[in-house]
Design a protein. Sequence first.
Length: 469
Amino acid sequence: MRGTEVTEGRGLAKGNPLKQNTPRTQSRTSVPSAFARIRQSINKNRKQQLTALYHHVYAVDHLRASYYALKRKAAAGVDGVTWQQYGENLEENLKDLSARLQRGAYRAKPVRRTYIPKPDGRQRPIGITALEDKLVQRAVVEVLNVVYEQDFCNFSYGFRPGRSQHIALDALTVGIMKRKVGWVLDADLRAFFDTLSHEWLIAFIEHRIADRRIIRLIRKWLKAGVLEEGKRIRKEEGTAQGGSISPVLSNIFLHYVLDLWVQWWRSHHARGDVIIVRYADDFVLGFQYRFEAELFLTELQQRLVRFRLRLHPDKTRLIEFGRFAASNRERRGDRKPETFNFLGFTHICGKTRNGMFTVFRKTIRKKWHAKLKEVYVELRRRMHAPIPEQGAYLRAVIGGHIRYYGVPLNSRAISSFRHAVRRLWLKVLCRRSQKTRITWERMEKLAEHWFPPARICHPQPLNRFGVIT
């Protein structure tokens, strides 16, 4: 097995067929779907440009599937139309939208800009797309996924079908444990979604897509701009976070700017092992030798400047990390190996009970505190709501926290989160009345009834990653 395959996978195993794409009732003969025919065409000629894709976008059946795939309770865009309102005359609306797409009368609406707080206190801009734009974007995303899933590298995990943050985390852990990794480059692109070059993005898409109508649609969304405080702002670069089309466009951009170049650099310059895991604009690389990591970082910065991107100076670090990092640093009289953060977890060099090297993954402390603060604010807002309503809310919060952070060796962090939420709930309940006090015994019964148990719900990285690859 090649070194890169350990962390990047080789697709599905023989025993895991893809989901069937045609109804079982048609016949016993294979009737490939339209998307399956696109895949077959791509596999025959990996370099061909696809010229006839637009009819998949304006097909009423595809638009209807896009509508039912949207979130029912999502906020409305600049048009003020909600999912329920659009569905009152769904078939008529879809036929009208399809007709406008066919004759070129469809117009993209600006994105409504809003902000959500980040753990460090800053504000993250989020774009809320109009509902019809969401429908068309989702239909285009389905087409682009069919095309580019044949091309994307295996170490890219962000916003791709069948992939998730936990698979990316497992790939990184397995790579560090199984390959000769001594140095880790934790990289982050500065304001990537705000500085993405429209000119370069369209050029990259045209490598594969020769259907001018698809290109015209993407240009419309890029040029639609944002609506902020009643003013429309047109942008010459960047794509709004929150839109259905933004994740796949960012993956296409970074596929050409970063992924393919990393593959070339690894095969032409690296003498030791090199691993990489990328999730959207966050990526981590592991190197066997420090001089190769430093050379790569220098050349990476030069390459990104060419495409109008920059690394974040505060979030990009080269640290000594790996199975021999602790012993090497102890020999030099240095402290324990530094840690790095990736996808909500702090990664730490550690040892098992048997003395074997392993990677500990702990909940990032800032995210842990930020979530508790958010829970406390919401509990204060619901202070006088019935206890069953508060309990149902806390059950959902704790359950979601455990499902994401419940990875092996992180049981202490999720248990302490559950305990901290219980103390916050007690604090809020005691403030509901100056006469009645909630005892800790009653609080424990409430927590036992409403809170899900703090348990590890993800398998060991070696077990899961070995199965899916």
